[in-house]
Design a protein around this ligand. Sequence first.
Ligand code: HEM
Length: 393
Amino acid sequence: MLRVLCLLVVTLILSAPLHAQEATPVDRSATGGAQTLEDILKRQEGLKIDDSFRSGLTGNPEAAAATTEQLGTLGGASDPDLWRAYRYNTAAITTQARGPAADVLIQDGGMRWLLFREGPLLTYGSWLLGGMIGLLVLFYLIRGRIRIDGEKTGRTIQRFKAAERFAHWLLAGSFILLGITGLITLAGRKLLIPAFGHEAFATIAVASKWVHNNVSWAFMLALVLVFVFWVVHNLPDRTDINWILKGGGIFGGGHPPAKKFNAGQKLIFWSVIVLGASISASGLSLLFPFELPMFAPTFEKLNALGLPQAVGLGELNTALAPHEEMQYAQLWHAIVSFLLMAIIIAHIYIGSVGMEGAYAAMGDGEVELQWAREHHSIWTAEVEEQQSKAGTS
Ligand code: HEM
């Protein structure tokens, strides 16, 4: 019993200074009773502070610091209507800063965008690219390299002119650079900072951004060139139906006849054109912040068509804050880019290791005649006919 009493006395003695310390009133005269710089710094460090000196005074403007003093509190009375107006972008704000987004003080939804960008976008995007690579490995293991079936002739015919190859490699080179630098921008904070540290990542991020912004012009130019060169060869026709029904002859079904491009290639071409144009449009919107809002007008058109309503989304919000426009542009840009990257990974596979004789078409522009006869029989017959006519004349 005596021992317990002694322990109690010692505990009380030891804890006395602690209580005395906590109870010491903080001198807030310099801020007129409002919080001090120490309070702010402690809060920023995540330390707990006793804020009863504030919370106990709400609704009492008399107790608030004067607005003229440092750390003043605008009279102390909270104005929920004003904050709501700030938050929902309805307050009439006058600023010295000019620009479409200067009078937005609080943008509701920024956090939702950030969490989606760091979470599902990155996760599903990685799964999509990883899944495509996995599928191609599986395809290679099952089907192996698609070989030239017949005897090689030792003769070649021209498949693509220098200008076409230039356009293709400009498109390919710029797309690969944009893909890598885009992924660095999207995933860098999560993957590269832990691996290389903040300093190194800062340099990588600045370089990536510079490359991404500038190389985008080469991509857009190449997209236009490729479209102009190849659009006539990519218009759908009856041969495509047969080609698709026979699965392109991929699993031993022979070689369905095809013109310059088969249905599979037409699908690649139109994916590149449509998705590439969409990536370019959203990219331009990001390149010139707040100058090219695209989502509000698109949502308006979709609402008028009744499409979002038909799939249960209700009317889409068309009163978008400028920042919200940018957030949608960023998400769209990244989602469509992931889609096109997945498609292009498959294209790169089939244009290189996946098919014997294919790479030469874009390498030096000349393909083995037997390859051409097998994969593009109608086109090859036309070229051979032209050549023989030219020969006889
Ligand atoms: C290292 C990467 C790449 C390789 C090895 C490659 C290879 C090829 C080859 C060999 C062809 C001609 C196929 C034929 O003779 O019919 C071709 C066509 C084409 N490539 Fe690429 N390519 C690459 C990257 C890209 C990229 C990044 C894009 C677009 C972003 C692209 C878009 C196209 C298009 C639209 C065609 C015409 C349609 C088709 O053949 O599928 N290529 N490529």
